[in-house]
Design a protein around this ligand. Structure first.
Ligand SMILES: [Zn+2]
Length: 176
């Protein structure tokens, strides 16, 4: 597994998901079985602010509530954890959310985007462009399928597409 890099169609947002993060997410999803789960994404921005670099995905906080097709992420322990990350040598902070939907078709719900919009506007998160990562139950070539979105406080959510797929499409002359 290697770092996954994606960007929006218009090139305004880019993200890097490190292999260790994808590995941890895969384990959390497996543990969840047939119910939804989720947690937060912690990372930082590149020096030129062009790329969100995800360094860590947390397991679901213990006060989270979940069902087969819904999930409400809790908050237990997050404040302390984020405080420590902020003080660390490499400062990292809240950059978004991840969800597991136990289905083969990976689709964000209207509720998902509504929650992200709330987060993007909430002062306590201090994150105007949070990421939303949605992982599914299926695998493709050994890797769990997922979709990534950026949810700006102003405007609609935008999907981030894998850079490699984009290059391949460009090489074969297909519209990107
Ligand atoms: Zn969801």
């Amino acid at each position: 597994m290697k770092t996954w890099k994606g960007r929006t169609e218009d090139g305004t947002f880019a993200v890097e998901l490190q292999a260790s993060v994808l590995g941890a997410l895969d384990r959390y999803c497996r543990d969840a079985g047939s119910v939804e789960t989720g947690g937060i994404l912690i990372g930082r921005y590149s020096d030129d602010l062009a790329i969100a670099i995800v360094r860590e995905a947390t397991p679901p906080p213990t006060d989270s509530k979940r069902g087969r097709s819904w999930f409400v992420r809790g908050v237990n322990g997050l404040r302390e954890m984020l405080g420590k990350r902020w003080q660390a040598k490499e400062r990292t902070f809240y950059v978004g959310e991840w969800h597991f939907h136990p289905a083969s078709h990976v689709e964000p719900s209207g509720d998902d985007f509504a929650q992200m919009l709330e987060i993007s506007r909430a002062r306590e998160y201090d994150c105007k462009e949070p990421l939303l990562l949605i992982l599914g139950a299926g695998k493709l070539e050994g890797s769990r399928i997922f979709r990534a979105f950026v949810c700006p406080a102003q405007g609609d959510p935008l999907e981030l597409h894998c850079d490699e797929a984009r290059e391949t499409a460009t090489e074969t002359g297909e519209a990107v």
